[in-house]
Design a protein around this ligand. Structure first.
Ligand code: HEM
Length: 312
């Protein structure tokens, strides 16, 4: 990744970060070296990408599967294309069998993990490229903490980076990469202070994006302002108004892992490079709300190598 960033060219940042997260999840979840940076389109990247690709037929299948579950089952409708499903079933079965044979008790999940983290990183770098003061402040924290740890990115070092947490939290506030939380109502629900009842069986969509950009909960919502998440301000955030990882029993199981890979990637990049906006990218970006929120046209950033030694 460092080599790609150091190429002195304008970078399609989403592509670079998706390669990074594909390699991380492939390795941690399946013990497989995906080599996404060396291979033009590794199988993991190819099939992983197509899970989130959208088209009208896929949208129709999803609509049927969510709203007419029994009919969809009878018609044997699957949301994933057969070749994509076959690839992940094969790889999961092989991994599972290997782990049973070798008594390894970890089962991870690939697809939910790489695009979400890559999209979070993309929007984070985009905002940092537009807000030099925040980028500098974060880099300073990275240098200060890593200095204490002799340049090593340890678990403890990550925990000391409080401003880093604020920056990532604010990124996921402004750009919740999973913009909609899906639920099926399991019992009739009287919506408080209204005459509306959500009937049992209703498929519901909770808009994280709507909540996160509502000025009632987050004043001046278009402003990228990590201090919303400072210790002093945290108590002002209303319960249930901030849902980047969902909530309740089905909250994202990869939340900690996702946060960790985002942090490691940001440290690796920011300690070596400075990012600025390239004219190919519009700010504010036009958002595309698919399975994962993305910026239409991609995010292109200039990347300048820093001449600062971490341990000086
Ligand atoms: C910054 C990165 C990530 C974000 C923003 C994110 C966000 C989310 C959200 C919003 C949900 C839906 C939760 C709900 O319905 O209440 C979810 C579910 C899920 N996520 Fe993540 N996720 C991230 C990283 C990961 C990673 C790294 C993994 C695995 C390695 C993962 C695995 C899952 C799984 C398996 C579910 C389904 C949980 C269930 O239905 O019980 N996620 N994620």
């Amino acid at each position: 990744m460092n080599e790609m960033a150091d190429s002195n060219e304008v970078i399609d940042i989403k592509d670079m970060l998706a390669k990074f997260t594909t390699d991380v999840i492939g390795s941690c979840a399946f013990g497989i070296e995906c080599n996404s940076f060396e291979t033009a389109d590794s199988d993991f990247r190819k099939y992983g990408k197509s899970v989130f690709e959208e088209n009208a037929f896929k949208a129709l299948k999803m609509m049927l599967a969510f709203n007419y579950e029994n009919l969809a089952k009878k018609l044997r409708i699957t949301i994933l294309d057969k070749d994509v499903e076959n690839f992940f079933v094969k790889i999961s079965t092989e991994t599972y069998n290997y782990r049973v044979r070798n008594n390894i008790k970890r089962v991870w999940i690939f697809v939910a993990g790489f695009d979400t983290s890559a999209a979070t990183l993309t929007f984070c770098l985009l905002e940092l490229a537009c807000n030099y003061d925040i980028q500098d402040k974060l880099r300073e924290e990275i240098f200060d903490v890593l200095y204490e740890y002799n340049g090593e990115i340890t678990y403890e070092a990550l925990h000391e980076m409080k401003y880093m947490d604020q920056v990532i939290n604010e990124t996921l506030r402004k750009y919740p990469v999973v913009s909609m939380i899906l639920r099926k109502c399991t019992q009739d629900y009287q919506v408080p202070f209204s005459n509306s009842v959500i009937e049992k069986g209703t498929f519901t969509i909770i808009s994280a994006m709507g909540l996160h950009r509502d000025p009632e909960y987050f004043p001046n919502p278009e402003k990228f302002y990590p201090d919303r998440f400072s210790d002093a301000n945290l108590s002002k955030i209303r319960a249930g108004s901030y849902l980047p990882f969902g909530d309740g029993p089905r909250i994202c199981i990869g939340m900690r892992f996702g946060m960790m890979q985002v942090k490691i990637c940001l440290i690796t990049l920011l300690k070596n490079f400075e990012f600025s906006l390239n004219s190919q990218t519009k700010m504010p970006p036009e958002l595309d709300f698919g399975f994962i929120t993305t910026a239409k046209g991609g995010v292109w950033l200039n990347c300048q190598k820093l001449n600062k030694d971490l341990l000086q």
